[in-house]
Design a protein around this ligand. Structure first.
Ligand code: AMP
Length: 557
């Protein structure tokens, strides 16, 4: 299939906000795809890789500017300028290709296959052992070559796919429904969803759809192909918890560790994070713990990996443990500095998928295969009860022991990958706050015009030694606090521009918030929703790091 056909469909998708129309457009595209269906479906997800592979091309927006420049002969400044004006790098790429001065001698049609092959090949280049710069250069040339052979509209979507930001407003649900419509007259959506939940691979699901519903039904969970973790809803009270999960319920301690889905296949161990990243190499101790203490050659266990202090054995927060996730060198050293205990809480595969069996059974099976060893492998603290009082006691005990609270789980429920269905809820009274620097402010208007009102909050980017904005705070402050803040900030002002001022980042405040979102509008790339002032942190000189914001963001969903 010609890639231009895809670009046209993408443009139609972009033009409508209506979900049904989006589904129709996609379904038509899928119907026309023939042999290219798998590739096409992948492109519609915005990346040429299936979700379970957890891959991306590793091209930043800045690098894409360079690539577009190489492809079109336009200067990086011009591209950046157009990007700013259009608000989108895809549109900038389109405009540049349109302006491209050097006429193409031969226009060669790009096919969907070519696009996907090229993008996948570039990813392989990255994975190969070439030196960093050769690698980067080759990657950029390959991508530039692709863009340079594209028509303007094709370039728009190529650029967006390269930075994994397709912006068509289509999610998993739309793709699922479009497959149902294309192949089953709109039926079997649920089964398609299930097949996707098990495989995490729309290319494979789409191929199965083409073969028929029986094939879709036959898709199963496979070892070494991670599935999305079941997520927890949040509840405020124990009563609300019981309403969600029913009585009696399982009550677990909630630990502040790292979620890990551990696959054992013919005795070999693979460790995946909740983002489906393979971190086996970073956690040789986890591999060993599983080899020694899990009595099954073929299983998938859902666990929380909890770090502890080697000196006194006390638990350490995820924040510290997270160091081990990214680290690719000196692993043995780090392992000694931050040892971990594996705490299994669910079993979803035991010689065959068992995720549709009730949790109470899965838990019993899990108990059978785990042999506990102090500090190495220990089932989560777990009880089963209908009594609110008992739950309250557990919550207290968990918090006093320095954990995060408790989870309440339905004993009857199946394991639902990726979903925040109410089969498992978290009762976590304490929200983690952030200590942030005030990096700017705005003079108020009216009655408070002598005061600095709106406050711009920043976290600290350790890598570049600078402060980056993560939110604006205008509420949660009393008049006295506004006054106090104004007094504190006035001597720190470095620049004024209208009502806006910039200040040296010396006042640190502890902020509460509803949640952290990704946001292109803030220099940190993240935005706190409804940040509120909790207190000044006079005792602190530096704000929390960008890494902490990132970790909290990743940990919250
Ligand atoms: P949250 O990250 O606040 O949404 O809470 C859900 C997370 O708690 C899960 O993704 C796990 O990483 C973690 N967790 C800690 N202890 C448990 C437990 N006993 N059962 C399930 N999840 C747990």
């Amino acid at each position: 299939m010609r890639y231009s056909r895809v670009a046209e469909a993408f443009e139609d998708l972009e033009a409508t906000q209506k979900n049904l129309e989006k589904t129709d457009i996609l379904a038509e595209l899928f119907r026309d795809a023939d042999d290219e269906l798998a590739n096409l479906v992948l492109l519609s997800t915005g990346t040429p890789f299936p979700a379970w592979k957890n891959m991306d091309l590793g091209v930043s927006s800045k690098t894409l500017v360079k690539i577009i420049s190489k492809a079109t002969g336009r200067s990086e400044d011009e591209i950046t300028e157009t990007w700013k004006n259009e608000g989108d790098l895809g549109l900038a790429a389109e405009a540049m290709v349109e302006k491209k001065t050097q006429q193409r001698l031969m226009t060669q049609e790009i096919t969907v296959e070519k696009v996907v092959d090229r993008l996948q090949k570039v990813a392989d280049t990255q994975a190969s052992g070439l030196s960093q710069s050769v690698d980067q250069d080759k990657k950029q040339r390959e991508l530039a070559d692709l863009i340079s052979s594209a028509e303007p509209k094709e370039a728009r979507y190529l650029a967006r796919i390269i930075i994994n930001n397709l912006r068509l407003g289509i999610g998993e649900g739309t793709i699922r429904d479009a497959l149902a419509e294309a192949f089953f007259d709109g039926e079997h959506s649920e089964e398609i969803q299930k097949a996707y939940d098990f495989t995490n691979d729309f290319a494979e699901v789409a191929e199965a759809c083409r073969e028929g519903i029986e094939k879709v039904r036959s898709l199963e969970l496979e070892l070494e192909r991670p599935i999305k973790s079941m997520l927890a809803k949040k509840v405020e009270t124990i009563e609300e918890g019981f309403e969600e999960v029913g009585k009696p319920a399982a009550i677990d301690y909630k630990y502040d560790g790292m979620r890990a889905q551990i696959h054992v296949k013919d005795g070999g161990v693979t460790v995946f994070t909740r983002r489906l990243e393979d971190v086996t190499e970073q956690f040789p101790d986890v591999v060993e713990a599983v080899e020694e203490n899990i009595e099954s050659e073929n299983c998938i266990i859902d666990t929380e990996i909890v770090g502890y202090d080697p000196e006194d054995g006390s638990m350490i927060p995820f924040q510290k443990l997270s160091k081990r996730i990214k680290r690719k060198y000196e692993i043995q050293k780090l392992k000694a500095q931050i040892p971990v205990t594996v705490r299994p809480f669910d079993l979803i595969y035991l010689d065959e998928p068992i995720l549709e069996r009730p949790y109470s059974e899965r838990w019993r099976e899990l108990q059978e295969i785990v042999s506990e060893e102090e500090k190495v492998m220990k089932l989560v603290d777990h009880a089963e009860t209908s009594e609110e009082e008992k739950v309250g006691e557990m919550q207290q005990a968990s918090l006093s022991a320095g954990h995060e609270g408790i989870m309440m789980k339905s004993l009857e429920a199946e394991y639902k990958p990726g979903n925040r269905v109410g089969y498992m809820v978290k009762l976590k009274p304490v929200m983690e706050t952030l200590d942030l620097a005030i990096i700017g402010a705005k003079w108020s208007e009216g009655r408070r015009s002598d005061w600095l009102g709106r406050l711009y909050l920043g976290c600290y980017d350790e890598e570049n030694d600078e402060y980056l904005e993560v939110g604006k705070m205008a509420t949660g402050l009393t008049d006295e606090q506004f006054q106090e803040i104004t007094e504190k900030l006035k001597p720190l002002i470095t620049k004024e521009d209208g009502r806006k001022v910039e200040v040296r980042p010396e006042v640190i405040v502890e902020a509460e918030y509803e949640e952290i979102q990704e946001s292109p509008n803030y220099s940190s790339g993240y935005a706190l929703r409804f940040p509120r002032m909790k207190q000044f942190r006079e005792d602190k000189e530096q704000a929390d790091s960008l890494q902490k914001v990132k970790n909290l963001y990743e940990d919250q969903s």
